[in-house]
Design a protein around this ligand. Structure first.
Ligand SMILES: [Fe+2]
Ligand SMILES: [Fe+2]
Length: 357
């Protein structure tokens, strides 16, 4: 890890969080300095635990999750809870889900789970739900309303095609760049549920939504996309402070659409490149201002990571913990009204764009 070891990073980060990395006025604007409602949570995602045979699993992916669990347990201050952002399994096999949950059982604290497409398409989420309960739900914590959505559903006709078996369907959806796949969506039933859920929430309450796919349209070819994103965004529009945090893309992205801030999280398994790397225009590529350091293929943990998040302004600040890459913080800038990378937003300081490779 460049320049700072983990202990230093955690120490420095916790000092900064305690002191308020944001202007004090902003902290006060939210819950007040020293307000007990200020809190953090941790976020681990996309471990893609892959079964080989018997008790054998792909070791690299196991190691990523084991490391994230260990680091999360060392956080100071202790996060109030942990979110797991989906794709715990690679092909949705019970062995993979069980093994992933076994590794995650080392976490000290409550874990909220999000469904990923790799957990779902073999049996339409049956085994996952049997282990973990509903795939969409909400909860309130210290004045913030949290919503978990299953955003990786798709058209019924595709889902219930005459597949030879569930694994054939899973393998079509598990590929990144597959024209035989089908776009993700939240779907009408869940949108109806969401409308009812949000009807009980004051418009001044900060709302944080967890989904697996981006609730915005980034790149359809890779399913960095949610087909009914605009309809979900419309339901979130009345709220003053809204944040969507998603997994799936295995890279850092952030964006602002109207009142909604968007943040992706890193995977513990492997990094994806930015779609622009492959120049697959035309796309609906969102403005991705800060390419991450590209992975070193000779270092198995490079450009992977996990994150912790503080919510003390009512918006979220994401602190990315990136083994062997510079740690990053993407925080909401109250004056600009959107998230910024606190280190690389200035064009002069950006990592050279990947197009220059
Ligand atoms: Fe993933
Ligand atoms: Fe995914």
């Amino acid at each position: 890890m460049s320049g700072m070891n983990r202990r230093d990073f955690l120490k420095k980060a916790s000092v900064l969080a305690a002191a308020g990395t944001l202007p004090i006025s902003l902290v006060e604007l939210a819950f007040g300095k020293g307000d007990p409602r200020n809190f953090t949570f941790a976020f681990i995602s996309d471990s893609h635990i892959t079964h080989i045979k018997g008790r054998e699993f792909v070791r690299n992916w196991d190691r990523g999750l084991i490391r994230a669990v260990a680091e999360t347990n060392l956080l100071d201050p202790k996060p109030d809870f942990i979110v797991y952002g989906g794709d715990i399994a690679q092909l949705g096999k019970p062995e993979e889900i069980d093994h992933g949950l076994e590794l995650l059982s080392g976490l000290r604290g409550k874990v909220h789970f999000v469904m990923g497409e790799h957990d779902y398409y073999v049996d339409l989420g049956d085994y996952w739900r049997k282990q973990l309960g509903p795939d969409h739900y909400s909860f309130d914590h210290k004045g913030v309303h949290f919503v978990v959505l299953n955003s990786i559903l798709t058209h019924d006709e595709w889902m219930h095609r005459d597949w030879p078996d569930g694994m054939a369907r899973m393998k079509e959806m598990a590929r990144l760049d597959n024209p035989n796949g089908s776009p993700f969506m939240v779907g009408e039933a869940q949108r109806k549920w969401l409308a009812g859920d949000l009807a009980k929430v004051s418009h001044d309450t900060p709302v944080v939504v967890f989904s697996h796919s981006p609730l915005q349209k980034i790149y359809k070819g890779w399913n960095f996309w949610t087909e009914d994103a605009e309809q979900v965004q419309a339901l979130l529009k009345p709220f003053r402070k809204v944040t969507v945090i998603y997994g799936h893309v295995h890279q850092i992205q952030y964006n602002q659409i109207g009142n909604i801030s968007f943040h992706s999280v890193m995977a513990t398994a492997w990094p994806w490149p930015y779609p622009s790397t492959y120049r697959q225009a035309p796309s609906h590529l969102a403005k991705l201002t800060v390419p991450m350091n590209r992975a070193d293929p000779f270092f198995e943990r490079d450009a992977t990571g996990w994150q912790w998040i503080d919510v003390h302004s009512g918006h979220v600040d994401l602190h990315y913990f990136l083994p062997n890459n510079t740690n990053r913080t993407v925080a909401f800038d109250e004056q600009l009204g959107h998230p910024v990378d606190t280190r690389y937003q200035d064009p002069a300081k950006r990592i050279p764009p990947q197009e220059h490779y």
